[in-house]
Design a protein around this ligand. Structure first.
Ligand SMILES: Nc1ncnc2c1ncn2[C@@H]1O[C@H](COP(=O)(O)OP(=O)(O)OP(=O)(O)O)[C@@H](O)[C@H]1O
Ligand SMILES: [Mg+2]
Length: 243
């Protein structure tokens, strides 16, 4: 398997009178098609790490390579373009545009990227929504849908530009059990059957079980990184490395 995402020595410190370290010295490599879960206590830096890997935040030190490209030299516009073309984001709160239809929410990233002609965009958006069981909801607005349906729209939107990597921050955090399992199965399908790389932060052990690999963060550092289901991955207390 070949590498899609690499981080070396990622550190993010918020400056201030009392600087806050969000993550410290994180190095990792993720291959195409991996389904990677990130777990850890609240405040351990999971979201911060995802923002750095997702090129939404810039590290204080260290670098991120996406598909072999060193992103550290990229300007804001280049980063925005790379995010739009290569990454898809799903958050705990769906962030769909309330005044747009479901279909338009999924069309928007394609429109911004402009890589497909108009009819192609429509066909793709409809197909994605149909694949996610939303064929009969496309003209509704997000507030007319259930939480699980909205999260599926957010996943369709994240998939719109056929990204290399889907990054999800607690995508099942607000969902009931049935909807959580549905989202879990959809994300696994992307990784297993469509060759997508999926990186998901979760607090839910049941959801985490669906991944191939589990990275545990403690105090902004990687405490363990291994196959899902190994004793380490299951949450054995590991010593925190010295500062
Ligand atoms: N803008 C900020 N200002 C000050 N501290 C911050 C800021 N953003 C994050 N932090 C702190 O950085 C640490 C890491 O935060 P982060 O949100 O990455 O944790 P998390 O693992 O995602 O937590 P949760 O499980 O609660 O979502 C926390 O201690 C948090 O309080
Ligand atoms: Mg978080």
């Amino acid at each position: 398997m070949s590498e899609v995402l690499r981080a070396e020595g990622l550190t993010r410190i918020l400056p201030g009178a009392v600087p806050v370290t969000l993550v410290r010295d994180i190095s990792l490599s993720i291959d195409h098609g991996e389904f990677v879960m990130i777990m850890g206590p609240s405040g351990s830096g999971k979201s911060s790490l995802l923002y750095l890997l997702g090129l939404l935040d810039a590290p204080t030190a260290g670098k991120v390579w996406l598909d072999g490209r060193d992103t550290s030299a990229f300007g804001e516009d280049e980063l925005a373009e790379l995010r739009l073309a290569s990454l898809g984001f799903v958050f705990q709160f769906h962030f769909l545009l309330a005044e747009f239809s479901v279909l338009d929410n999924v069309l928007l990233p394609m429109h911004r990227l402009g890589s497909l002609p108009e009819e192609g965009r429509h066909a793709r958006a409809r197909q994605l929504l149909a694949d996610l069981g939303l064929a009969d909801q496309i003209h509704r607005r997000p507030d007319q849908l259930s939480g699980g349906q909205r999260q599926r729209v957010a996943i369709a939107r994240a998939m719109a530009n056929d990204p290399l990597v889907i990054m999800a921050d607690e995508p099942t955090g607000n969902l009931d059990t049935a909807s959580s399992r549905n989202v879990r199965d959809i994300l696994s399908d992307f990784a297993r059957n469509r060759g997508k790389t999926v990186l998901a932060v979760t607090h839910d052990p049941d959801f985490a079980q669906a991944g191939d690999r589990l990275i545990r963060l403690v105090d902004g550092r990687i405490a363990s990184d291994g196959d899902t289901g190994t004793p380490d991955a299951a949450g054995m207390q590991l010593p925190t490395p010295p500062p």
